[in-house]
Design a protein around this ligand. Sequence first.
Ligand SMILES: [Zn+2]
Length: 293
Amino acid sequence: MPQFTKRYRLVVLLGLASILALVLVGRWLNATKRGGQGPAEPFRIAGNLYYVGATDAAAFLITGPEGHIVLDGGYPSTAPMIIASIAKLGFSIKDVRVLLNSEPHPDHAGGLGVLQQASGAELWASEASAYTLASGGDDPDGILPLRALARIGVVGYPAMRVDHRFKDGDTIRLGPLALTAHITGGHTRGCTSWSFHVRDGDLVLNVVSACDLGRLATSQYPEQEADLERSFRVLRGLPVDIWVTCHARWWGRYRKFLASAAAKDAVEPFIDPQGYHAYIDAAEAELRSGRLH
Ligand SMILES: [Zn+2]
């Protein structure tokens, strides 16, 4: 009996220590710019596509005559910055009618509930992301300690109302705006890439928002590798002029923003099909090497 008690105590202590470590890391990420949510200047990428996210936790505004679309919401604490950035560009959060998400981790979905409250917009989710978004961050593929922490609200985020669910290949429309969903699973099961057109002057440009393509130690599922292989194929098959991802540093937000401000043609620095294919190639090399994200 005393042996059992000793081991039991050790397990409880270790459990508490890992919870504390996760909480502290979360706090630290939230408190520092390492979490990618330092303030960033909002700017036009091309046509009616704008950047309204933080230094690294990305968010995009796509404007239209019948209302606007926001893609991704950063952390819960990024949402007020996103709202301020939308206002700074001369638009209003109240005119945002549709909210979209790339993947339901706290750094990209955390702020969507706050944005939904502020706008009354309808949220569209992939079938595999819907539960996580609606529960405020409980990922069924997440490791157990993380799920437990999400359920008690330590690593989660404000739950949100999922108004519509979409399938692979569905197009979400708002007036003339049309974004096509590509389920590119692997990072999470329902990870969604988006393709759409942006008109800039005489040009019609192909835009792709590619989902995260890295495997995490904290979220794994049996079909993950097969999903990633398919995601590489799908993404390579999309026509692309401008590309972005949910982590702004991966597509060179700041570099392109500076180049655009100095360029004669402000859109030209964002046209980067090579960068897009390099992103997919790097993700594929990572998968082949067996490395985790
Ligand atoms: Zn993620």
